[in-house]
Every structure is written in structure tokens, then in C-alpha cells.
Design a protein around this ligand. Sequence first.
Ligand code: KG4
Ligand code: ZN
Length: 371
Amino acid sequence: MKVLGIETSCDDTCGAVVCDGAVASSVVSSQHAFHAAYGGVVPEIAARQHSRLLIPVIGEAMDRAGVTWGDLDAVAVTTSPGLIGALLVGVAAAKGICMARSLPLVPVNHLSAHLHTVFVAFPEVEVPHVTLLASGGHTLLCRVTAPGEAQVMGSTLDDAAGEAIDKAAHLLGLGYPGGPALDGVASRGNPAAVAFPRPIADRKGFDFSFSGLKTALAVYVRTHGSPADAGATSDLAASYLEAVVDVLVGKTITAAFAAGVSTVAMVGGVAANRRLRQAMAEACGGRGLRLIIPPPELCTDNGVMVAALGEVDLRRGAVADLAVEASAVASMPRWKGADAKPLVLSRMGDSSTAPCSGSVAAPHCEAVKGR
Ligand code: KG4
Ligand code: ZN
């Protein structure tokens, strides 16, 4: 089966073609240059850039895959969660293609698509496994039981890990997007130089909170002044990053044991962080857990994860009619303990398939991220 995947939930315009589970093409047009001046993603700019870029991106993805419209079996598109104006562009394009070519449309949940990158990169991965999804808009710990089936064990109560990193980078004058810059600067610093808090690290459960940590950095800079030189900046960045990493690693390991799994995966843009990868590898290795991380191009936003999960859902018959709507938020099935039944995460928000224990206001990127 050949599926075109479209992803426009935040600031990357993505198109990809997957053929029988194999990646035939992937095109990502990053909008970073358009948002850099504002220090974060501006939703209106994101939507306008998607409108401008999406058709060429899809065309390029089709060309590179060597497929024509007539070859496609379906179009999969991210319908939630995300910036509503940005999502609408992808959903409208997908509907147009499906209507013109009489193709089925497969709605895909962005978070479930991120989780699915583990199956794309490691088709033989054992289930269940626990995946940490850490990106600019989300921080989730999930128990994944099959492609498209997962339960959320914990999520952030406020800022996402990537958002906390981006905001710290902004405060330290490291530019936008701040993650890769902070990664480099922190690698030269002393992680024990400043004792930052580890927010709700000891609280029962697997939820995260990063806004207090961000405030702690702001207070530190206000009290001690901006770092005087590159060495002091590195120490501050390393200490801050260490607090983020400590919490992410600690909760992930605890979740893995609580869920009774022996494999841990990490996805999302923050999974590219070198210190996080090192610390997670050490923690897993020391406890007999297997750690797997998809390649960086699958960790950040991409169309492959949408097309690949779309193909799985297409085979299950989980297609939508053309009245399907984009949604900024998605309902979240929660893990209820070892005996809970797996819930279908890929169709989150459809109450007929995914009983919900609550809904999460999950703005994929906030109005001006990084400020
Ligand atoms: O998954 P992603 O590309 O987009 C979202 O869905 O948000 O994640 C982007 C996030 C940003 O916050 C970015 O700063 C962070 O991932 N990031 C990193 C690194 N590379 C990207 N954070 C820390 N270290 C990195 N090397
Ligand atoms: Zn994402």
C-alpha cells in the first residue's frame, strides 16, 4: 500500500510517502527562519507558511518516491493536537486530494505518530514498551502495546521539556531554536555548578512540571546577573540541562518498572540531546533495560510517522469521511495500572474507540514559544 502523509501541526511543513511500511520519501521544510526574529513560533506565521509551502513539499515527496496520484491508496494527515491554523492547512490539503482522487482519508493523532516512529525504526521492537516523548510542545510517558495503541502514564502539567530548554536558551542569549545551541554550550560546562530544583521528581506518578525550573533559572540570573563569560554560561546551561535530564530519566526508569517492560524508547526533538541520550543509556544499562532511539530525522516532526501510522490504520479500516475536523487539543487515555486494557491512541478524541479520562489542552506550540 502507498500512503501519502501530511504533517503541519506546528512549524515544520512535512510530506512523506510510505510503501508497505517502508519509507519511500520524506520532505521537511522547516520554518525556523521565519519565527527566529520572534524567539518562538508565531501561529499565524506558521499557518501562512504552511499554505505557501505545503503543495511544493507534497509534490517533492511524491517525486522523490516516484509515485503519481493514481498510485496512492490513501492520504494520512495530522488532525490533532496542534496549532489550529496550522493543522487546518494540512487537513484542507488532504481533503482536497482525497476528494479529487476518491481516496480514503486517514486522520492521525500527532502524539501517536511520534510514538509510532519506534515501530518505523525498529519494526521488531517488543511490546509493551515505555516511550518518553519529549518535544517542544509535549512531554509524555506512554506504555505502548502495539502500533497506534498506547496509554499515557504521565505528561507535563505545564511546560514541555523542549519548551523549558528553549526558554532557558533564550534567557541565556543562545538564539532560536535553543535546544541544539544549549546542547552544545552545556556540553562544555559543569553540571554541578548550580543546584537547580528537580520539580516533582519525588511525587508519586509520572507527571512532569518544568515551569518552576524555568523560573528558578530566571531568578538565578536576576540575582546573580547574566553569566560573565562563556565558561559561566556553559556552567549555568549544563546545570539547568542536568535538572531537566535528571527528571526525565528518573521518571522514565520508574515508569518502565511500573509498567513491567524491559524496553525503553525515546522520541521527539529533545531525544536528540546528547546529555539526555548519555544519561538515559547509563540508567537503562545499569538496570537491565534496553534503550532504543529512532534516528534524529524521525525524532523531530516529519511526515513519515504520519504516513506509516496512517497505513496501519488504513489496514484496520480506521478512515474518516471528509467532514473530519482538525482539533487543537486531544483527549488522553490514561494508564490505570498493570491490568488496564490498551486504548487506541491513534484515534484519540473519537469517543467510540477511545474512552477518555480527561482532556489535555495540548497547544503543540504556544503563542510565542521561547518567551
Ligand atoms: O519534536 P520537535 O521537532 O517538534 C515539536 O513537536 O515540538 O521538537 C522540537 C524541540 C525544541 O524544543 C528543540 O529545542 C528541542 O526539540 N531540541 C533539542 C535538541 N534538538 C531539538 N533539545 C535539546 N537538545 C537538542 N539537541
Ligand atoms: Zn511533534
